[in-house]
Design a binder for this molecule. Structure first.
Ligand code: 16G
Length: 240
């Protein structure tokens, strides 16, 4: 794990090793890390080096320290409230994160019967298929595939979908997005999803389907998303 002959600094090697354990799920949020002394003995490195690696990981949000208790694995998941109908761009900006998109597919296709049903249009009507990896501060969070009627939402371009879809629909087209229904289920990442999300094949993900409507119930979009389960958790307020 630690190669003393390598020109790569020892603290950095340890830092990368611990990061891998966290990303692979060997170390889970809330887990206590073995004390610095143990790492130092195990790898025959100084405690200063271990401390430096820990400090880097604390500063980058992978670990946190509790005085007198030790060092723990941080929960890096974004808590997403389910009440509000918000866009990815709005969600990330509200958290001080920089939203980005990596465009995978952008084309107009004839609606299949399933997509036509979801969008309340006739089969073979023109539909935008937009597949984007959504990133927060450069980290891939989700893969979103939107289906949007090209007769309703006119003039979409790659530049627009690299920014915000909701921003364009409301800001440029003056259509008011009103409500949505959403289904969330658990799954595991396929090979291709894992590659796009930079996670391991078989890692847990959440599948989200959203149908979004205007006030008069006209469907605006049908969206299938794959969210990283290690980066997202969902929260809803309830009252009885
Ligand atoms: C959210 C929505 C998605 C919508 C997108 C618009 C979910 C599961 N999905 O990610 O339906 O198309 O925001 O984002 O929440 P944009 O305005 O940044 O393009």
């Amino acid at each position: 794990m630690i190669n003393k002959k390598s020109p790569i600094p020892l603290y950095y090697q340890l830092e990368e090793h611990i990061k891998e354990l966290i990303e692979e799920g060997e170390l889970k949020p809330g887990d206590a890390l073995p004390p610095e002394r143990e790492y130092a003995e195990k790898y025959q490195i100084s405690r200063m080096t271990v401390r430096q690696a820990f400090t880097q990981l604390v500063n980058n949000g992978y670990l946190y320290r509790i005085q007198g208790k030790g060092t723990f694995v941080a929960d890096r998941r974004i808590e997403q409230a389910l009440q509000g109908l918000t866009s990815f761009t709005e969600d990330m900006k509200a958290r001080g994160l920089k939203p980005d998109s990596q465009l995978i597919v952008f084309e107009i296709i004839p609606a299949t019967i399933q997509i036509a049903n979801q969008l309340s249009i006739t089969e073979y009507s023109p539909v935008y298929e937009i597949k984007r990896v959504r990133l927060a501060d450069g980290v891939p969070m989700a893969i979103e595939t939107n289906y949007i009627s090209a007769n309703l939402i006119k003039g979409l371009t790659e530049e627009i979908v690299n920014q915000s879809l909701y921003g364009y629909i409301e800001g440029q087209l003056n259509l008011q997005i009103d409500n949505a229904s959403q289904v969330i289920e658990s799954s595991v990442a396929s090979q291709s999803e894992a590659k796009l999300l930079n996670i391991n094949k078989g890692a847990p993900v959440m599948l989200i389907q959203r149908n979004t409507y205007l006030k008069d119930r006209t469907p605006v979009e049908f969206v299938k998303s794959v969210y990283r389960a290690d980066r997202y958790k969902f929260m809803i307020q309830m009252k009885r």
